[in-house]
Design a protein around this ligand. Structure first.
Ligand code: SAM
Length: 441
């Protein structure tokens, strides 16, 4: 089983490799010494992460080839667009045409789409987003793994169950050995190619310790590593980049500064954005986005969240529902409707059709088990599986009853692959279409 497809290097110029995947060409940054034409590699998020022996690659490719084209066929069938629907409003039809022609949608257009209620129009909205997803990302679906290394946190975000103010939660901090073992098992045992290491902010690991952990993982397992430890000074981001981290997952949560300050006592949105901008400047891939359904949030705020994610040059849009946690000040608030989140995934695809990946979050699946499939058919092309050891997973209680909280990883993998197969998606990340550093293919 494999979460990426090997590619054959066509050429290498400076450190940019052109890679062939069954006739599709992609570019990827290579940090591997001596990579040459004819080599076989795995790439993730636009980086070559591993060179593999020719025989092994040819073996994998020959078993994949038939399935790959069969899946593409099926995906194409799911992405077909029939806009001949009767009874849709002229305004709606005009906005969808604009989106499909990839003309910029105005704020009013996006607000109009967010307000849709008619099931027929919603169906067209999701289909149009899925059409654009297929057009630019084909049937590739990123399957990243996440390991939640500690639930200690110094912040007291009003919505979050691992907030320092939640005294009722038992805390854990995985040891260096536990983290390295979990990461190596994910990569070498389960064949994940991209991993997110996440914890609460200020969870008790120094930048030097985290850097040693990342170096050890990189030495033992070929993977693209994302960090998700909250806000950090530029110097720490730099240290972790040198250690081998290449991506950061950090949501700005809300683009509305006054809601941000209300929900994050003593914190400022500008500081969070500075971490994201510093990380982008250092070359990190960026996963960001916000929480939807926070008290006081308006549809205008949501549209601004989408624009901010685009402005931050996000490689992946991460938008999910706020789910109330009983041990927080927002215990009595209501979560948003699933449809509201699906609309936002579709809108994310509309405003960034070519470059960005759009993830279906675990929180959305927590609202409704069917939402992973629905999200993937509404513009999304990415999922994240929880690889935190089971003995700790329940303690990473950001909100209650998280989807997959008690599921063995083998079951998560089986179910994910079955779902992807059923809608014609290949669990792969086959390079980049465009990269903030200016790569295009
Ligand atoms: N310390 C890191 C940070 O600041 O991004 C990562 C940990 S933080 C707990 C991870 C994410 O959990 C946050 O970005 C937030 O959006 C999400 N989260 C926290 N509480 C949530 C809730 N009640 N419902 C949905 N998502 C929540």
């Amino acid at each position: 089983m494999c979460y990426a497809i090997p590619g054959r290097v066509e050429s290498v110029n400076d450190n940019i490799a052109t890679v062939d995947y069954f006739g599709q060409r992609k570019k990827a940054i290579s940090e591997i010494e001596g990579l040459t034409r004819g080599d076989y590699i795995y790439a993730q998020g636009g980086y070559v992460i591993e060179k593999i022996p020719r025989t092994e690659a040819e073996d994998i490719l020959s078993t994949w080839k038939e399935t790959f084209f069969e899946l593409q066929e099926l995906d194409l069938r799911f992405s077909r667009l029939d806009l001949g629907e009767k009874g849709i409003s002229k305004r709606f039809g005009g906005i969808i045409d604009k989106a499909l022609e990839e003309r910029d949608l105005s704020k009013e257009d996006l607000l109009y789409l967010l307000g849709l209620k008619d099931p027929k129009e919603l169906n067209i909205l999701f289909k149009a987003a899925n059409f654009l997803r297929q057009k630019y990302h084909k049937n590739a679906c990123c399957v990243h793994g996440i390991i939640e290394i500690s639930n200690y946190c110094r912040r007291s975000c009003h919505y979050c169950g691992i907030s320092s103010a939640n005294m009722g939660l038992k805390r854990y901090r995985m040891s260096r050995q536990e983290i390295v073992d979990a990461a190596c098992e994910a990569v070498n045992g389960l064949h994940f190619k991209a991993l997110v290491l996440q914890s609460g902010e200020g969870a008790g690991y120094s930048a030097a310790e985290l850097s040693e952990i990342i170096r050890e993982i990189k030495a033992k397992a070929a993977a693209l590593i994302f960090i998700s430890f909250g806000e950090m000074p530029r110097g720490d981001l730099e240290t972790l980049f040198h250690a081998g981290a290449r991506g950061i997952l950090l949501r700005f949560e809300t683009s509305n500064p006054s809601i941000y300050e209300k929900l994050h006592p003593g914190c400022r949105l500008e500081t969070r954005l500075r971490t994201l901008r510093d990380a982008a400047g250092l070359g990190y891939l960026i996963i960001t986005g916000g929480l939807i359904g926070l008290p006081g949030q308006s549809p205008e705020d949501t549209v601004n969240d989408l624009y901010l994610t685009k402005e931050l040059n996000a490689d992946m849009f991460s938008f999910g529902p706020f789910i109330p946690h009983p041990g927080t000040p927002l215990a009595r608030a209501k979560p948003p409707a699933k449809e509201d989140i699906l609309k936002i995934l579709a809108l994310a695809r509309f405003i960034e059709p070519r470059r960005a990946n759009v993830v279906v979050t675990t929180a959305l699946e927590t609202l409704d088990k069917k939402a992973r499939k629905e999200g993937l058919l509404a513009g999304a092309n990415s999922v994240m599986l929880n690889l935190t050891p089971l003995k700790y997973r329940g303690l990473y209680s950001i909100y209650p009853h998280r989807a997959h909280e008690t599921e063995e990883i083998g079951i998560q993998i089986e179910e994910t692959l079955a779902l992807l197969r059923s809608i014609g998606r290949a669990p792969s990340d086959i390079g980049i279409v465009d990269h903030p550093r200016g790569l295009k293919c």
